[in-house]
Design a binder for this molecule. Sequence first.
Ligand SMILES: Cc1cc2nc3c(=O)[nH]c(=O)nc-3n(C[C@H](O)[C@H](O)[C@H](O)COP(=O)(O)O)c2cc1C
Length: 326
Amino acid sequence: MKIGNIELGDKPLFLAPMEDITDPSFRAICKPFGVDMMYTEFISSEGLIRDAKKSRNKLLFEESERPIGIQIFGHQVDSMVEAAKVSAEAGPDLIDINFGCPVRKVTGKGAGAALLRDIPRMLEITQAVVKAVNIPVTIKTRLGWDVDNQPIVQLAEQLQDIGVQAISIHGRTRNQLYKGVSDWTLIGETKNNPRLKIPVIGNGDINSASVALAMINKYGVDGLMVGRGAIGNPWIFREIHHLISTGEELDPPSIEERVAVCRNHIQQSIRWKGEAVSLREMRKHFSNYFKGYKNIKPHRMRLVTAKSFEDIEQVFTDLLQEYSVE
Ligand SMILES: Cc1cc2nc3c(=O)[nH]c(=O)nc-3n(C[C@H](O)[C@H](O)[C@H](O)COP(=O)(O)O)c2cc1C
């Protein structure tokens, strides 16, 4: 599969952009496990233009992360064009536009998934961004606004016709937020529309290699995007690639590997954000890294209340002692 000139191989795996999760440290952790393409967290176009520090910082990435897309969101054509230009100067491989974020803070301003209720403006923004930059522009969106408004099949064609080079679709409507289960039927219909030539990347609830394989077989999508299923579980990319290429499931990672990867994650995070911020943000990842072990709760509590990296190291020592299999 290709996006513009970016060669991504067969059935590539994408790490979904996730605010406060897919920062450079988590991207560095996931990449070696077989992520073929990833994105920054979404960046407010207005914030970028104002030169807000938070937005600026989100533009940062390392060369080893390529191919990488910078994701922007907003609702004003001019701001989105300006933000796309600023983003392109940071040197990503593509610009992705977020038309899927369901949270009120974003949709209330007419951005993210709100544009699913205003397709003319969505197309206007997209077309202007495509014209403004000379790297590929891709879109990440949902099926529609609500159950009665799911324009995705036709919308994908319209986006293709104005120069979008790939589309990632989360199989929920805006009103579903993250509730229930994602429905891939319309993702499959979009992919199988004979008029659609651009790659379709399926997204929603891929939390294991077997689910990933089932989605590929059933819906024929060109690539898969994994979000929450990768949190504290970066091995999922290795497991999916392995199942697709060999037909066999890999054993889950050992406690030694879990500790080593989690330690590396914290160290990378501290390098980017400092110890205090990093320990707080890592709380979202800790429980998943050590999920499923018997009597893990007290250890988890110690991880999420740790005051220093040394505290964490002590928990790691105890985890290894308790759960290592000789
Ligand atoms: C905490 C969190 C933050 C997210 N932030 C973004 C974001 O910045 N940009 C975006 O396009 N989607 C964002 N999403 C949506 C995910 O990219 C993805 O579409 C969604 O979680 C469904 O995929 P999953 O079931 O594999 O998690 C976020 C989701 C979560 C849970």
